[in-house]
Design a protein around this ligand. Structure first.
Ligand code: UTP
Length: 231
């Protein structure tokens, strides 16, 4: 199977800002095992805490939102370098920065790593467009929440949804920030791309890489974005 994994940048850092090296190693082991079973992956890594730190500082120094986005893009690529290191010769050796390069790299039998791509979106949009580009069968979104809730999960009575339609997701995420570093779960570009290509997508708690393996094997983990095939 060909799949895209989006690894939330928040999963790479602990509360003191240190890299959670063991988690990166464990993700690399799970990915290597799946590759040796014949599966193929693009892994898109998010910007996480370093992106937020640089974006906040740059904004307070007068940077434009596009400049802030570029910092997020580059810091996400730096984070992808960590997984690249852990994958060793199983990884395509450089972090892919364009979709043209992705089309070439995916055919070389290596795990392809990406960070950010262009301003005005988040790495979830990168993951969605990468999934379209390589005709991935599924998109896995490993994040720091255990799925999509029908309202802000901090609000009383919030219920986790096992499956969610794109329209529901759009409504739930409506009003979310669109400035650099502010995107929640799925940004508008990611939603549109997943919708137009009906990409099956699973959003799950990626704190434990074992959950990725479970989701990959088809176990019920997190929330699944479902598509209406009649549309
Ligand atoms: P993300 O917001 O996607 O990283 O990218 P994250 O925080 O790790 O993601 P989650 O929340 O865990 O899923 C960091 C920032 O980089 C810029 C945006 O400003 C984004 O908020 N970015 C990223 C872009 O401008 N373009 C891209 O293609 C990717």
């Amino acid at each position: 199977m060909r799949a895209v994994l989006k690894l939330g940048g928040s999963l790479l850092y602990d509360k003191d800002g240190k890299v959670v090296v063991d988690r990166v190693k464990n993700y690399a082991s799970v990915i290597k095992a799946l590759v040796s079973d014949g599966h193929s992956f693009v892994v898109v890594v998010g910007g996480g805490r370093p992106a937020r730190t640089f974006i906040d500082a740059a904004r307070s120094l007068g940077a434009t939102e596009a400049q802030c986005d570029w910092l997020g893009i580059k810091l996400a690529r730096n984070n992808a370098e960590l997984l690249c290191a852990a994958l060793g010769n199983q990884a395509y050796p450089t972090i892919v920065e364009t979709l043209d390069e992705l089309e070439v790299a995916i055919n070389l039998g290596k795990v392809v790593l990406m960070g950010g791509l262009i301003p005005g979106q988040s790495t979830n949009a990168v993951a969605a467009v990468a999934a379209e580009t390589v005709r991935a069968e599924i998109l896995f979104n490993a994040t720091n929440v255990d799925g999509v809730y029908d309202r802000d999960p901090k609000k009383p009575g919030a219920v986790k949804l096992d499956s969610v339609t794109i329209d529901q997701l759009r409504k739930i995420l409506e009003g979310g920030g669109t400035k650099a570093g502010e995107y929640k779960l799925f940004d508008p570009v990611a939603i549109r791309v997943v919708e137009r290509s009906k990409i099956p997508t699973i959003i799950f708690d990626g704190t434990n890489p074992e959950n990725f393996l479970r989701a990959f094997r088809g176990e019920k983990v997190g929330s699944r974005i479902v598509h209406d095939d009649s549309k």
